[in-house]
Design a protein around this ligand. Structure first.
Ligand code: NAD
Ligand code: MG
Length: 397
């Protein structure tokens, strides 16, 4: 069988690294067609040497020219935003890993979906920003969306085939599913005294107890906005009602999510906290391939514990769940405000606890009048809320 040709959007990041780890494990099954990155030319140069892509796209023009010098003509290097879109819908690619972080990933992810690709969806923000529109585009083009986020991939594995093949439009009840249980570790501040939260440092916030991830999602995990975004992601992928989706704190991150059936059965997906497992599952679906991840050692597990989330500790989670039931505009605005606030926190311009304050203030300003559920309206709202959020950040620093 010919190797499947792979494009990785966001190849220099954490998900990009785990995807290439799976490629390394299965060299005869995948051929790296194109890699994209932002500014990290040295990391990209290493990837070019090892994986020999046909071409590379860098978002930053000076990083692209540095890379050209570093790789000495080994492959083409492009740097325009059109090139990024072209990479996402390249006719020579079979699978597209959508792993750019944040709203920057939306246009290329959407382009891959519109081109009818098999899209491995790590960029949850794209789905939070556009929701139903993205799922409708996939239906129209015949694209296959496969969830990479570990929780959604876990649910996917525990759900029947008729759900797996009808994402966005499935009927859980008709398939005997009563509830999806979305698990989350609670992040690094699960037991910290509440009055200490305002003083936590960036280094503390990005040090996740179980997972190694990029800086933005690590902060989102500490505020549990990540679980909120995942809540919205799960609702869009699995078409859940309010009663069919619940967040449960599970500090050990051994169970990656569960599906409860109407007969009382609960199916769970377990494993080491390593993204190579869900990535390999999505890359090979419906087959299975090696991910290079160690098998779970049950005898070394001490305990599996569960708790309800505390919204006083995690106000961002509550804001996200509420936005999910307000409107698509509310989730688009939530995501935009959060991205600006998290970036400000990472740059030491905002206190950790002010992330929720900025998001809440932006949502309170939301005016949905005259907005249609069209991509252009969502993008305009995204832009507008980013500016409003930046003003709130300036007021608080
Ligand atoms: P990261 O910060 O480690 O990597 C981000 C990638 O996006 C890099 O390759 C970077 O070069 C690229 N990028 C950043 N800004 C860009 C821009 N403006 N234009 C083009 N490219 C740009 O992030 P990550 O942790 O790998 O997360 C990537 C996505 O996957 C996020 O949406 C995240 O929520 C999701 N995700 C990550 C994990 C994880 O374990 N890391 C788990 C589940 C979901
Ligand atoms: Mg996740």
């Amino acid at each position: 069988m010919n190797p499947r040709r792979l494009v990785i959007l966001g190849a220099t990041g954490s998900i990009g690294r785990s995807t290439l780890k799976v490629v390394r494990e299965n060299p005869s099954l995948y051929q790296v067609h194109c890699l994209t990155g932002n500014r990290n030319s040295s990391r990209m140069a290493e990837l070019v040497h090892e994986f020999k892509p046909r071409y590379v796209v860098m978002n930053d023009a000076s990083a692209a020219s540095q890379l050209k010098q570093q790789i000495n003509g080994q492959c083409d290097v492009l740097d325009s935003s059109d090139a990024l879109i072209d990479a996402a819908c390249s006719p020579d690619a079979d699978i597209v890993m959508a792993a750019i972080v944040g709203g920057a990933g939306l246009r290329p992810t959407l382009a891959a979906v519109r081109a009818g690709k098999t899209v491995l969806l790590a960029n949850k923000e794209a789905l939070v920003m556009t929701g139903l529109l993205l799922m409708q585009e996939a239906k129209k083009s015949g694209a296959t969306i496969l969830p990479v986020d570990s929780e959604h991939n876990a649910m996917f594995q525990c759900l029947p085939q008729e759900v797996q093949t009808n994402l966005g439009f499935c009927d859980l009840k008709a398939s005997g599913v009563s509830k999806l249980l979305l698990t989350g570790s609670g992040g690094p501040f699960r037991t910290l005294a509440l009055d200490k939260l305002k003083d936590v440092s960036v280094a503390q916030a990005i040090h996740h107890p179980n997972w190694s991830m990029g800086p933005k999602i690590s902060v989102d995990s500490a505020t549990m906005m990540n679980k909120g975004l995942e809540y919205i992601e799960a609702k869009r992928l699995y078409h859940t009602s309010r009663a069919e989706l619940e967040v449960i704190i599970h500090p050990q991150s051994v169970i990656h999510s569960m599906v409860q059936y109407c007969d009382g059965s609960v199916l769970a997906q377990l494993g080491e906290p390593d993204m190579a497992t869900p990535i390999a599952c999505a890359m090979a679906y419906p087959q299975r391939i090696s991910s290079g991840v160690e098998p779970l050692d049950f005898l070394a597990l001490k305990e599996l514990t569960f708790a309800a989330p505390d919204y006083q500790r995690y106000p961002c989670l509550k804001l996200a769940i509420d936005a999910c039931y307000t409107s698509q505009f509310a989730t688009t605005a939530l995501n935009a405000a959060n991205e600006v606030a998290v970036q400000a926190f990472l740059e030491n311009q905002l206190k950790f606890t002010d992330i929720a304050v900025v998001v809440e203030s932006c949502l309170a300003q939301l005016n949905e009048q005259n907005r249609q559920l069209e991509l252009e309206d969502l993008l305009a709202l995204d832009e507008q809320i980013r500016q409003v959020a930046a003003q709130y950040v300036r007021k608080r620093c």
